[in-house]
Design a protein around this ligand. Structure first.
Ligand SMILES: [Zn+2]
Ligand SMILES: [Zn+2]
Length: 269
């Protein structure tokens, strides 16, 4: 499914994060040396990201493939933002894309996590030490900005010595967790989850045209309650769809045959 040497267009050592799950497929990830991904937007705001991450990751992948003169390629892109249903919660969304121009193939992997390290602290707050231990400073790096202008003074701060020297030079400091993948361990876990999603989709082929990414697009049906046998609001079927030939298939879920009465509106109103 993948070539044995696969181009990865990303910065910040995402190859190191993703290589272990590609080892099982005997695929060696080759980082796109010299290709500048920062022009697709950065987290610190120097280059605004104009498109959503799904569009950006595709453009980045195609540009990287052109740069390296490859017909196949992989790219990764992440974003941070408010949860769509509860704006007070933050989420980290990671996308991966695999493009194969010879096979006319574009497959996305995606993972959304609420386990993230996206925090800030300013000179007006007094809990610097508890902030540093909470974010696991060291493995997790920091960005120092000016609290009034929000200008970036230093990125990638990882040692107490560097941090205290910067704070003494800049009394109106604002600290933010560095969101770049190699300096944000929680993001690394989510990039890995997006990689697993992509590999799973690549291994799931359409029974009609045998192209990959034959995936669940929606759910249907109602599982019966195990006590009263009435229908519950839990889905019973998985709806698969092929994005190439549009073949559809409905499969009964295998993990559950009936629903627990505690989720039944008759048994537990
Ligand atoms: Zn198909
Ligand atoms: Zn019931």
């Amino acid at each position: 499914m993948f070539p044995s040497q696969l181009l990865l267009s990303s910065k910040h050592h995402k190859g190191q994060i993703l290589q272990p799950i590609f080892n099982e497929l005997k695929v060696k990830l080759i980082e796109n040396d010299g290709f500048d991904t920062d022009r697709f937007g950065t987290f610190c705001g120097e280059t605004p990201r104009l498109e959503g991450p799904k569009i950006t990751v595709r453009e980045k992948c195609l540009a990287g493939m052109t740069y390296a003169k490859k017909r196949q390629g992989l790219a990764s892109e992440g974003s941070f933002g408010p949860h769509p249903n509860s704006p007070f919660l933050s989420i980290n969304e990671e996308w991966l894309i695999y493009i194969d121009l010879d096979e006319n193939l574009e497959v996305y992997g995606r993972s959304i996590s609420m386990e993230l390290c996206h925090e800030q602290l300013s000179y007006k707050d007094e809990q610097l030490n508890s902030f540093l231990s909470r974010i696991q400073f060291g493995a997790q790096a920091l960005v120092l900005k000016d609290a009034h202008t929000h200008a970036v003074i230093r990125k990638g701060i990882r040692t107490e010595a560097e941090l205290s020297s910067l704070i003494s030079q800049h009394p109106t400091w604002l600290l933010e967790t560095d969101l770049r993948a190699h300096l944000n361990p929680k993001r690394q876990l989510n990039i890995l989850a997006a990689g697993k999603d992509l590999i799973q989709r690549m291994g799931s082929c359409c029974p009609q045209c045998s192209k990959p990414d034959f995936s669940v697009v929606s759910y249907s049906g109602q599982l019966p309650c195990s006590s009263c046998q009435r229908p519950t609001h839990t889905h019973q079927f998985l709806e698969y769809n092929c994005s190439f030939c549009h073949f559809k298939l409905t499969k009964k879920r295998k993990d559950l045959r009936t629903e627990d009465p505690q989720y039944c509106h008759y048994c537990n109103p």
